[in-house]
Each structure stands twice: as structure tokens, then as C-alpha cells.
Design a protein around this ligand. Structure first.
Ligand code: HEM
Length: 420
């Protein structure tokens, strides 16, 4: 524990000693070592709309927006702050663009979003609930007691892969392919996931394999009656049935990544947050009606997608800084969620916060997360079932994903001492 404190203290000293021009929020080591926090704190205080020079990112200069209220203003103004051509700082690969509706502006965005919206209707969610619960029960009942295991793989990845297989009506035995495609779609070029020097080539190989698999499913569904799964919705929807193959692949990647990493990392984050805050764990076990606000608090505290990018469609001023047409902005949700001007004691994990859903993790404007209620439902059922079975889940070791976009855990070694 002393070691962790030393690392955090050294990060704080560096964050305040550096010249503002030398603060680079996309340095992977800051994410790998979970030492990003003081850099955001410094920028919120000293330079809330901060310009990064071109050498900070492989695709050039960008602005970092770190305060809650500025992020809400930008996210609510899609005419000036476009989601095209990409919602990450990476520009689309030359000759291999993946158009997806999260990275489109109206009117096309709305038409395509509408096609898959029924997946999260009240009726659809009610029909998923018993299935989600029984799968969670089976998965939890198989966990070892009194021995260390990796929670990320045994629970978080397993449950989200099962959920995705249901949403797509995807062959259940192949569900880990969904996890693989999702992980590769978001892996940074220098994260260690790719063979050295082969990022672009390998990325295209993996995505082509994903497209080929889904094209078979599309062909089956397009010739059958419409059903309640995402592929059938895309194949029959007025706004999506005539999509190009690239758009089909792009939207698939969106739906796979959207429902995968995010929920997975919230599941892992909830275990870590409750273990490192035993007073909050005791409060939850004493009052299980707090599960739903604990889930929202975890989604804020974790912020599974650290930022979304926008591109200015005209010259515009943001908090006194002049942004030029065509420049990129990263709206750092993860920093807005720790903004002391808006959130009381933002670095604390408090499961009974008033207005627990008042956070930025799902975005804010027309692109606000389509799956937010589904993610909350999965998390709520997970904890309803955990507190019936396990008095505690202790975390022995944590590994963080080296990415400034996906904020999560590659490994969480845990031990469940006993069952009720
Ligand atoms: C805790 C879990 C989740 C988090 C934190 C999360 C976060 C986000 C964020 C930040 C956005 C973009 C908002 C913007 O650009 O303004 C988004 C959009 C989206 N999410 Fe989620 N998400 C989660 C779960 C899910 C799930 C389970 C699904 C699948 C059903 C999903 C599907 C989508 C889709 C399709 C979009 C694009 C919406 C649009 O462009 O209109 N998400 N999500």
C-alpha cells in the first residue's frame, strides 16, 4: 500500500512541476500505472481547455476539455462540434474507413440509431431480465472459493460476451470471438496487442474476419422474418437495410464495442471500488436498496470510456480559447466526472450520493449512450446475486488497460474467502 502511495505522490509532483505544454494526456504509461488523475486536476485548475501540440498524438494536434460544464456545452451542440469523421483522436485508416452511426451527424445518425433502438425498449429489457439473471447465477456459482482467480476473465468478460451473443442472436459457443474483435478494434497500435510494425495490416485482417462471420448471419436474417436481435434489426431497418458493407462492419464494431468493454470494466470496477472502500461495502450489504445508486456511482467513478472526440465545424470560442474550424477536441468525461466544482468530494466512492446519475459517463447530447439502461440492469442484477452469495470479494492485484480511451482493467486477481 505504501508503494502505491509513493507512486501517486510522485505522479502528483510531476503533474504540478511540468510546464503546461509538456502535459500529454495520451501518454500510455499514465493510464497503465493509473497515475493520470493529478494531470486532470492540474488542467481543470490551470488550463481547462488545453492545446496539445502535434507531437503529442500520432494523428496530430488536439484540444483537451476537462471541466464538467464545458463538456456538457460541447456535447449538446452537435452542429458546431461534429462527431465526424471519428469519435477517437485517431483519424480513420486510409482506404479502410469504418463508418458507424456514433461517428455520424444528423440526419443519417438518427435514421441508423432508430433502426436498433428497439433493442433497449421496455419490452425487450423485460424479456432479457430472467435470462441475464440465470446466467449470472450460473457464472457466480462456478467461481472458486478460497483461491485466487482473474475476475476480468471469469466474470466480467464472460457475462458481457454472453449478453452480446444474446443481443446479436450470435452462436453462443463462439461468443469469445466477440470479445476478441472488440478488444482488437480498440487496442492502441503500441499497446502490445499487435505484432511490431503490422498494426494497420493486422487490424484489417481481424476486421475482415469479423465482417465475413457477420455477413453469413446477415444473409440468414435478411431472408427471414424480422426478429428482435440486432442483426435482424439492421437487416430490415429502413435506415440500415441498404447500408454498404463498410457501414455494416462499422456499425457492428460500434455495437460490439459499445456493449462490451464498457460494461465489462464497470463490473470489474465495482468489485475494486467496494473492496477498497469497506465502509461503502458494509453500507451496501446493510441496505441492498442502494444497489442502483451504487451502480451509477461506479459508472461515474470508473468512467469506462475516458473521452469522446468532436471536430469543430467552424471557428468557435470555448471557455476563452479560440478553436479553429477542423480542429479536434477530446471531451474528457473522466475528468468532468471528477470536477470538484460540480461533484461533491469527486474522488470518493460514495454509494448513496444524491443524484447519482448526474455524471458524464454516458455522454450528453444526441449520441447519449443507447445501451445505458441495459448496462445498469446487468450491473444491478450482478450485485443482487453477489450479495446473496459472497460476504466479500478481495482484490489482490490489478492491471490497467494501457489506453487513454478504454478506461479499464486487463486483470483483477481476486479471492472470495467464503460463501454465505
Ligand atoms: C457502463 C456501460 C456503458 C458506458 C459507460 C457507455 C458509454 C457510451 C458513451 C460515452 C457513448 C457516446 C456518447 C457521445 O458521443 O456523446 C455511448 C454511445 C453508444 N453506446 Fe454506450 N456505453 C455503455 C454501455 C452500452 C451498451 C450495453 C450498449 C449496447 C447495447 C451500448 C451501445 C451504445 C451505442 C450504440 C452508442 C452510440 C449512440 C449514438 O451514436 O447515438 N453502450 N456509450
Amino acid at each position: 500500500m505504501a508503494e502505491v502511495t509513493d507512486v501517486q505522490q510522485a505522479a502528483r509532483e510531476r503533474a504540478y512541476a511540468l510546464g503546461l505544454d509538456d502535459i500529454n494526456l495520451t501518454e500510455l504509461d499514465l493510464w497503465r500505472t493509473d497515475t493520470i488523475w493529478p494531470y486532470f486536476e492540474r488542467l481543470r485548475r490551470d488550463d481547462p481547455v488545453h492545446r496539445h501540440p502535434a507531437h503529442h498524438h500520432r494523428d496530430g494536434a488536439f484540444w483537451s476539455v476537462t471541466r464538467f460544464d464545458d463538456i456538457v456545452k460541447i456535447d449538446s451542440n452537435h452542429e458546431v462540434f461534429s462527431s465526424e469523421p471519428s469519435i477517437t483522436l485517431d483519424d480513420p485508416l486510409e482506404g479502410f474507413a469504418l463508418p458507424m452511426f456514433i461517428a455520424m451527424d444528423p440526419p443519417k445518425h438518427e435514421l441508423q440509431r432508430k433502426a436498433v433502438q428497439p433493442i433497449v425498449s421496455g419490452a425487450s429489457m423485460a424479456s432479457f431480465e430472467p435470462l441475464i439473471r440465470s446466467r449470472i447465477q450460473t457464472t457466480l456459482d462456478r467461481l472458486p472459493i478460497g483461491q485466487p482467480f482473474n475476475w476480468v476473465d471469469s466474470v466480467s468478460i464472460e457475462l458481457t460476451a454472453q449478453m452480446l451473443a444474446t443481443l446479436f442472436d450470435f452462436p453462443f459457443e463462439d461468443r469469445r470471438k466477440l470479445t476478441y474483435w472488440s478488444d482488437m478494434a480498440t487496442a492502441e497500435p503500441d499497446s502490445g496487442a499487435w505484432e511490431p510494425g503490422r498494426y494497420e495490416e493486422q487490424f484489417q485482417e481481424v476486421m475482415t474476419e469479423c465482417a465475413a462471420y457477420f455477413t453469413r448471419l446477415w444473409n440468414d436474417r435478411v431472408n427471414a422474418e424480422p426478429k428482435g436481435d440486432l442483426i435482424s434489426m439492421l437487416a430490415h431497418g429502413a435506415g440500415t437495410r441498404d447500408m454498404s458493407p463498410e457501414e455494416f462492419l462499422g456499425n457492428l464494431i460500434l455495437l460490439i464495442v459499445g456493449g462490451n468493454d464498457t460494461t465489462r470494466n464497470t463490473m470489474s470496477g465495482s468489485v475494486l471500488a467496494l473492496d477498497t472502500n469497506p465502509d461503502q461495502r458494509a453500507k451496501l450489504y446493510a441496505a441492498p436498496n442502494l444497489i442502483s445508486s451504487m451502480v451509477s456511482e461506479t459508472i461515474r467513478w470508473q468512467t469506462p470510456l475516458a473521452y469522446m472526440r468532436r471536430t469543430a465545424t467552424r471557428d468557435v470560442e470555448v471557455a476563452g480559447r479560440q478553436i479553429r474550424k477542423g480542429e479536434k477536441l477530446a471531451m474528457w468525461y473522466i475528468s468532468g466526472n471528477r470536477d470538484e466544482a460540480v461533484i461533491d468530494r469527486p474522488n470518493q466512492f460514495l454509494i448513496d450520493r444524491p443524484r447519482a446519475r448526474h455524471h458524464l459517463s454516458f455522454g450528453f447530447g444526441i449520441h447519449r449512450c443507447l445501451g445505458n439502461r441495459l448496462a445498469e440492469l446487468q450491473l444491478t442484477i450482478l450485485w443482487e446475486e453477489i450479495i446473496k452469495r459472497f460476504p466479500a470479494i478481495h482484490v489482490n492485484a490489478v492491471e490497467h488497460v494501457p489506453s487513454p480511451f478504454v478506461h479499464g482493467y486487463s486483470k483483477l486477481t481476486v479471492e472470495i474467502p467464503t460463501r454465505f
